[in-house]
Ligand binder design. Structure first.
Ligand SMILES: Cc1cc2nc3c(=O)[nH]c(=O)nc-3n(C[C@H](O)[C@H](O)[C@H](O)COP(=O)(O)OP(=O)(O)OC[C@H]3O[C@@H](n4cnc5c(N)ncnc54)[C@H](O)[C@@H]3O)c2cc1C
Length: 534
């Protein structure tokens, strides 16, 4: 057996943490000027990207305009978008769609051969390119195929990043030079060194008990960056998707916004529509408005779910446009062409993240963040649907160009991971229980509608749990579950702390105690001030 302490560090040019759209597109472009190692904690296609249904927003229709897409994004962002970033992403849209096509991504075509453009909530034009209702799966497939034929890229699957390496620990300026990574198959913690370390670790949905996200979305990138001393921003803005399938045998199954875009209508169990009471755009209002409306209706009636009704649409169209959803629901006994679909809201997307500049550089030298784990300024207080895959493409391209000039930094001798006196845990139930507890109280207290009292309750609980987890982390050998729990607890703490600081209701942050918006829109930036903490 390898003695882990003796293992030599592995050195590469670029270390990427995550194999979704952001990580893989970065890897492909960076591989043109250096060696890339992509670590990914489960299978390479176990990503949020793989689950994306709707598609990628871009201005392609003759009747559409860049200004209109910019305006739609700014309106959704409720005063907190960075207009320069919005312009940068929207302007890059058509070129990024072309890149996807060049990479072999199949996109649906209209009868005249042009790209078929779907419509989604809060977009004023049809501008979402898609592949049936499994756009993300198609993008993931094509990117992985391209990566596999690029000899400069190595993918290490079943490898979970534990913590980032900091020069500060060696007496230097705070700069990142790689990461400790746990090989889940062997239990060995490897030391990976790189000129640039790129977080592409996706979202934080698993902080909540109800989520559309797959299990990998535990906010590891945000937690690792924060521990290293990087600034994180606007983590109170959690987007809840209004329509996740409500069924005892379906976990995390999302019903894309495109279903409402194509004419789907929300109804109560009585068959009555209700969205007209909340917004003139009715079922096509932005996600936060629809999610809050459903939350309110469920609280009022005590019902388990509301319903998304597609039964008035042509069944052949519904089957052709949403084949995956049709089949999945049919497997659960729901024919969506004949029966309304029971739906509830669930945590879906993290608008905040690790603060970056226009090239994806964080506030720590050598560390980049791209995709959902990053805060670029695009989404503001609320993401416009289908802007996130676009952002992932745009920022991975920009970061890949920027890292070409990254200097190599590393101490002459790098300390290997210290296993200390940690033993195997015989009390793994603690991990499971803490996971469960965090996810439940975050749903109840930091969910769709918040209040000072709820936030304070959550704050007290998370502090106790974090102490318990810290002790456990020191005493026992690390496992993937423990790493994720530690990160999940830290991200929960950061969401609570960010929400506590926002004394207004804006975008996705709705609080009973401050129902109005403050005159000035401000970001919530948080940073560890006392240096890196392991
Ligand atoms: C159901 C669903 C539908 C969606 N539909 C759309 C849509 O239609 N349009 C749109 O624009 N957006 C959509 N989104 C959002 C979009 O899919 C995501 O924001 C985007 O895919 C994120 O890409 P990413 O590359 O940043 O991260 P991901 O694709 O989530 O990839 C993250 C990667 O990081 C890895 N990872 C995480 N932590 C670690 C660690 N510690 N060590 C090693 N690896 C790690 C994960 O295993 C994974 O490989 C949807 C999301 C969901 C869940």
């Amino acid at each position: 057996m390898v003695t882990p302490q003796m293992a030599e560090p592995l050195e590469t040019d670029y270390l990427v943490i995550g194999s979704g759209i952001a990580g893989l597109n970065f890897a492909l472009l960076a591989a043109e000027h250096g060696r890339v190692v992509v670590v990914t904690k489960k299978a390479p296609d176990d990503t949020n990207t793989n689950w994306a249904q709707g598609g990628v927003a871009a201005v392609l229709a003759p009747a559409d305009s860049f200004e209109q897409h910019i305006q739609d994004t700014l309106v959704a962002g409720d005063g907190l978008c960075d207009r320069d970033v919005v312009e940068l992403c929207v302007d890059a849209g058509p070129a990024q769609v072309q890149r996807l096509l060049d990479l072999g991504v199949r996109l649906a075509r209209a009868p005249d051969g042009s790209l078929d453009l779907g419509r989604e909530g809060a977009h004023t034009h049809n501008r979402v390119v898609h592949w049936q209702d499994v756009t993300g799966r198609e993008i993931q497939r094509a990117l992985l195929a391209a990566v596999k034929s690029q000899p400069n890229i190595t993918i290490l699957d079943e490898h979970i990043a534990v913590d980032l390496l900091s020069m500060a620990k060696y007496g230097g300026d705070p700069a990142c030079f790689g990461a400790y990574v746990l090989d889940r198959r062997t239990g060995e913690v490897k030391t990976l060194l790189a000129r640039a370390t790129v977080l592409a670790s996706g979202g934080t949905g698993k902080v909540y008990v109800y989520t559309s996200n797959p299990d990998v979305a535990t906010g590891d990138g945000v937690a690792m960056a924060y521990r290293l001393g990087a600034a994180v921003c606007d983590l109170e803005f959690v987007q809840f998707h209004p329509t996740v399938l409500f069924h005892p045998h379906a976990r995390n199954f999302l019903l894309t916004e495109a279903m409402r875009g194509e004419g789907g209508v929300l109804r109560l169990a009585t068959g009555e529509t209700f969205m007209e009471r909340y917004h003139p755009m009715k079922s096509l209002a932005s996600r936060d408005i629809v999610a809050r409306a459903i939350d309110n209706e469920l609280k009022k009636s005590g019902a388990d779910s509301v319903f998304l009704d597609m039964t008035h649409l042509d069944p052949a169209f519904v089957r052709g446009r949403f084949p995956n959803i049709h089949e999945r629901c049919l497997g659960l006994g729901i024919d969506i062409t004949k029966q309304p679909i029971p739906v509830v809201p669930a945590a879906h997307y993290m608008c905040g993240g690790v603060k970056t500049d226009h090239d994806g550089a964080t506030t720590i030298a050598g560390l980049y963040a791209i995709g959902e784990c990053a805060f670029t300024g695009l989404h503001g207080a609320n993401r416009l649907a289908s802007n996130s895959l676009l952002e992932g493409m745009v920022y991975s391209s920009r970061a890949a160009a920027a890292v070409a000039s990254a200097p190599r930094r590393r101490p002459s001798v790098v300390a290997p991971w210290s296993y200390g006196d940690a033993t195997d845990s015989n009390d793994a139930i603690v991990v499971t229980l803490n996971w469960d507890e965090i996810r439940r109280f975050m749903w109840s207290y930091l969910g769709i509608v918040r209040s000072d009292k709820r936030i304070e309750r959550a704050r007290r609980r998370i502090e106790i749990l974090r102490d318990e987890i810290r002790e456990y982390y020191i005493d026992f050998k690390i496992t993937s579950d423990l790493i994720e729990l530690r990160n999940l607890a830290l991200v929960a703490h950061l969401i609570i702390e960010s929400a506590r600081r926002r004394k207004e209701s804006r975008g996705l942050h709705a609080t009973l105690d401050y129902p109005d918006k403050l005159p000035e829109a401000r970001h919530t930036e948080i940073q560890l001030t006392n240096g890196p903490r392991g």
